[in-house]
Ligand binder design. Structure first.
Ligand code: NIG
Ligand code: FE
Length: 391
């Protein structure tokens, strides 16, 4: 007997291509069962025997989608940068330097304040359908503050990322190579047990391609898996460095050319777009169509952080990706679910097929198209994780 049957689903998005030949793997008039937190059966509502299930939930003809997998976030920080945002909206350009303001605030915050901020942001994401979240450090930038950032992140997710190489902190401004040595040495040594991933901000005002290689290689040698902030502020070698080192994902990628596409097309690296950063820095949105045309796996994530994208809302990211980056609504939904899972090398989330975690949302709408078509409207009616309703 299953613990749960979800039935009367007007449109079920499974992300299982074998079902209908499309990436979203849609079943109309569907149902699925959940046993011990995992999907145990998926099929047509007409095949269901209600008596074989302990609890029955009716989706009332609405759409059910996999929980969002938000693969890129910076949630461990204190304070905000509303004034910087306001100045930007009056014409100031974004520069990586603002990060050091948040570093100051974060260092002087208590563990409780930082923990409460992460908890609030994770809860906020949950209500908009995010059931798996990646959290980076990167506003501590000292051994002790990176360590406590990752300790706190670990309380919320197993997808923790060491981003000691976010920017060079103010006290190392005149000796950036000393900071790189500290990141690769004592800082990495301290945080390695707490992080699954290592990330570097490879861009103007942050770290060079050579420093990026050095830092990622040091992380890999310690058993961490690489991912990268690449080509956000200007074109550069970031995407290629990520591919060369086997990064699970290169993120932002606001600037790319044919050679970057060729590199990604011959790799397993996911191309992750972060439309919230273009939105909040009033930057030009990249056109994702060449990535799809080349068959590259694409993800979208919210990049929640106080500087460039202070939002946890993946439905808004879907709407922006469709409207501004030329994703189809189907590509955008897939990218926020299965794409995010691939970017985190996770097979158990991002889809609703037998064996997957029962992480899903019931929309208040009969069509997933409404996620892009009704921007800013809360369409996430219920959120379930491991077969339990949590929102
Ligand atoms: O992903 N690009 C680097 N890091 C963040 C911004 C951090 C900040 O400005 O505080 C990002 O956009
Ligand atoms: Fe980021």
């Amino acid at each position: 007997m299953s613990n749960l049957l979800v039935t009367d689903i007007g449109c079920l998005v499974t992300n299982e291509r074998s079902i209908d030949g499309t990436p979203l793997g849609i079943i109309h008039d569907a149902a699925f069962s959940v046993t011990d937190g995992k999907i145990s059966w998926v099929g047509s509502r007409s095949e269901v025997k209600v008596s074989e299930h302990k609890n029955v939930v009716s989706a009332k003809g609405k759409t059910v989608i996999p929980g969002f997998v938000d693969s890129h976030n910076h949630l461990v920080f204190a304070g905000d940068r509303a004034a910087e945002f306001s100045a930007r909206m009056q014409g100031q350009p974004y520069a990586a330097g603002g990060i050091n303001y948040t570093v100051e605030q974060t260092r002087s915050a208590s563990d409780e304040e930082l923990r409460a901020n992460v908890a609030a942001l994770v809860a906020e994401g949950l209500t908009s359908g995010t059931t798996t979240v990646e959290i980076k450090s990167g506003y501590g930038l000292s051994v002790a503050d990176e360590l406590r950032s990752l300790e706190i992140a670990r309380e919320f997710t197993e997808e923790t990322t060491f981003l000691g190489a976010h920017v060079v902190p103010t006290e190392f401004k005149s000796a950036p190579e000393d900071y790189v040595a500290m990141v690769c040495g004592p800082m990495l040594e301290a945080v390695a047990p707490l992080a699954k991933w290592i990330d570097v901000f490879c861009d103007r005002g942050a770290f060079t391609p050579a420093q990026t290689r050095q830092i990622l290689k040091a992380g890999i040698a310690k058993g961490l898996l690489p991912r990268l902030h690449a080509n956000q502020l200007e074109p550069g070698e970031g995407i290629k460095v990520g591919v060369e080192l086997g990064a699970a994902s290169v993120d932002h990628i606001s600037h790319f050319d044919d050679s970057d596409i060729a590199a990604l097309a011959n790799s397993k690296t996911v191309a992750t777009f972060l439309p919230g950063a273009e939105f909040s820095t009033r930057s030009e949105y990249p056109d994702a169509r060449p990535m799809f045309a080349a068959g590259i796996n694409v993800a979208i994530a919210s990049d929640c952080n106080p500087g460039t994208s202070y939002t946890t809302n993946l439905p808004l990211m879907i709407a922006l990706a469709v409207r501004e980056m030329f994703f189809t609504p189907e590509q955008a939904l897939w990218s926020a679910t299965k794409g995010g899972a691939l970017a985190l090398r996770r097979k158990d989330v991002g889809h609703l097929s037998v064996g997957a975690k029962a992480d899903f949302s019931i929309l208040s709408s009969t069509s997933y198209l409404h996620l892009a078509y009704r921007p800013g409207v809360n369409l996430i009616e219920q959120v379930w994780r491991n077969g339990n309703q949590i929102s």
